[in-house]
Ligand binder design. Sequence first.
Ligand code: ZN
Length: 128
Amino acid sequence: MRNKTVIITAIVCAVVFVSALIFVLIGYQAEPKKEIEILLDGKVLYRGSATLSGEPDYIEAKGKNYTNRIRIDETGVKVESATCPNGECVQMGYLKSPYLPIVCLPNNLVIRYVNTADSSEEMDAISQ
Ligand SMILES: [Zn+2]
């Protein structure tokens, strides 16, 4: 009876450990793939890492009428301030999903994730 308990406990521990290991490995592999691109008037203004450790980086997207101040930091990328009339791009906060880009319609600005995996062509087809 006691032996059974020990075996079951050992199996449960092993399962938890392996699950945790897989979880960590998947998370670790997913990190470096996060790349973003910033498009202004359909042209690529910036393409690179979605996060920066240490000092945040700022990119000025100067459109025809308005300017977006974009911030890339440890958390991700967001429009910190903008001169556009509605300010929706600022309200969107950090870029979260590959399917929900940050858009500033008045300034024709798009910030989106770039899928650097093999399915990048598929991703482009969806977003266009
Ligand atoms: Zn805007």
